[in-house]
Design a binder for this molecule. Structure first.
Ligand code: ADP
Length: 374
């Protein structure tokens, strides 16, 4: 079996330790070690930069810069290479400092044995390889998400114009030939026009859903009271139709994407108006709990059975037939994406027949709080 080759950079001011590590690691059945030797931090950094290093054995005490500083400098060059920190001090403080800078491998020189050194290096290299694979998958996922976004854009764009043409032509035929159409044909036309309209809405919602995940606008200070004013005006016709009462406490200013935050509140309040059998009463509030704002949108609607409460945030999941309550099952999936994009989470508390309270969090932003105070 061919041996695995590992390039080890040893940074230690004492030549005897270079020799000791070579002795400890040579003769391994599975791994052949090749050594690069540096006797101070600056030379170590140079060798690290110029060579393909698989693992670094680093002493804490060096003549020029201390080991923690070297660790920081190496991480700036390439943070994917594992570092095994060895020190004569053997104290907890160094271990904690090393961990804070990112190394998870620490052996006091007093307890280092051939087995301990080999095992630590092999684990460190395996872990680093695993991390690299995870990182590669993350990149791949990001790329395929971008592909999906592009696909959604193209589909939405390309489907929209033929769909618009179909709807317009159906309407022209229905209007022009109204007199000669049989009752059955009239019904079929109504059905086809309604179907085209529903498909348009579905494409629009899907487009919104894909945008909520990928469109990256710069975050800015967003006054949620102002957002609420826009939501009220956007939903004005529904509010008048249903005779709803929408009240809200004073809401905070947060850091985020104003368009997405408006979409979030509008979807939740839109649902509160829709899933209600009596005059809707909706209340929006927010309270601060340590470093987060907890927003709540409370309604007096039909409520949601416990077992379904987790599922409703999944795209296309609906609990009612289209004839009962219209919709596409995308609104809450968009809400969840928006909240996650801002580093928060969303849940619902509800009992069938006793209304629902949607709770979502946003991080408290220092600048937003300060601006509010001044
Ligand atoms: P849509 O409203 O288009 O059906 P959503 O993703 O917004 O899609 O909601 C998913 C499902 O969650 C709804 O179909 C409904 O069954 C349930 N739901 C959402 N909001 C409420 C609410 N305020 N009260 C009762 N049920 C709700």
């Amino acid at each position: 079996m061919e041996k695995t080759q590992l390039n080890i950079l040893v940074i230690d001011d004492a030549p005897e330790y270079h020799e000791l590590y070579r002795l400890y690691l040579q003769g391994d059945q599975e791994v052949s070690y090749h050594f690069l030797n540096a006797y101070n931090g600056c030379d170590g950094q140079k060798l690290y930069q110029e060579n393909a290093v698989d693992c670094v054995i680093l002493d804490y005490r060096l003549p020029d810069i201390d080991g923690i500083e070297v660790l920081r400098k190496l991480a700036r060059i390439n943070s994917a290479v594992p570092v095994v920190m060895l020190t004569g001090e053997g104290n907890e403080r160094v271990a904690v400092l090393a961990m804070q800078v990112g190394t998870q491998n620490y052996i006091p020189k007093s307890v280092v044995t051939p087995q301990a050194l080999r095992r630590t290096i092999q684990h460190a290299v395996e872990r680093a390889q695993l991390m690299q694979r995870v990182e590669a998958y993350r990149h791949e996922l990001e790329r395929s998400n971008e592909d999906l976004q592009r696909f959604a854009n193209v589909v939405a764009h390309d489907l929209k114009s033929p769909l618009r043409a179909i709807a317009q032509h159906l309407q022209i035929i229905r209007n022009d030939d109204h007199a000669i159409l049989s009752d059955t044909s009239k019904k079929s036309f109504e059905f086809a026009i309604g179907g085209a309209e529903r498909m348009r809405q579905l494409i629009d919602s899907l487009f919104e859903f894909s945008k909520a995940g990928f469109e990256k606008r710069a975050f800015e200070l967003v006054d949620c009271n102002v957002v609420m004013d826009s939501v009220r005006s956007n939903l004005a016709s529904h509010v008048t139709e249903s005779g709803a009462a929408i009240t809200s406490d004073s809401l905070p200013t947060i850091m985020g994407d104003g368009v997405q935050i408006m979409q979030l509140l509008q979807n939740l309040i839109g649902n509160a108006l829709k899933f209600c059998r009596e005059k809707p009463c909706i209340h929006i509030s927010a309270r601060q709990e340590r470093d987060k704002w907890i927003f709540s949108v409370h309604d007096n609607g039909i409520g949601i059975p416990r077992l379904s409460q987790d599922k409703i945030f999944t795209i296309f999941k609906r609990l009612h037939k289209e004839e009962e309550y219209p919709g596409h099952g995308i609104g809450l999936a968009i809400c969840e994406r928006v909240v996650k994009n801002h580093g928060g989470s969303i849940t619902v508390k509800s009992e069938p027949g006793s209304g629902s309270t949607f709770l979502f969090t946003f991080p408290v932003h220092k600048q937003a709080t300060q601006e509010k105070a001044t």
